[in-house]
Write a protein of this length. Sequence first.
Length: 132
Amino acid sequence: MRDDYIASLEMSPEELAESQDQQETPKRRRTKKDEFCQLPFSVMADIAKVGRPAGGVVGVLAALYELWFRDNHYNPVKLTSAILRKYRVTPNQKLRALRFLEKSGWVWVERSKGKNPWVTLKWLDIKTPPDF
């Protein structure tokens, strides 16, 4: 009985090829739940040394890095309050955080009255956007 059972499991080459075609399905890519944001350690260390972080500093830094990365690596970037909503940073926190980052010496902020500021990230090469 055992030999009959083993013989019944054998497949012809045509059946084997057909079953392999049916089994090949496109592989799904695993979606990333968390994204990685790389900032130079010296930047973070200097910010920590300046003093007690103002509310929203990390959110502003994350938004600045995202803007730089998403916008073809332009430096400076235009920082709007709409972008900061994603990080739950209010306009007042934005103002305090930009002052704090300026004091730390790692960003330059070019302000115009009533307009969103242009922020230059000092640790990256300067590549001006067309509308700067």
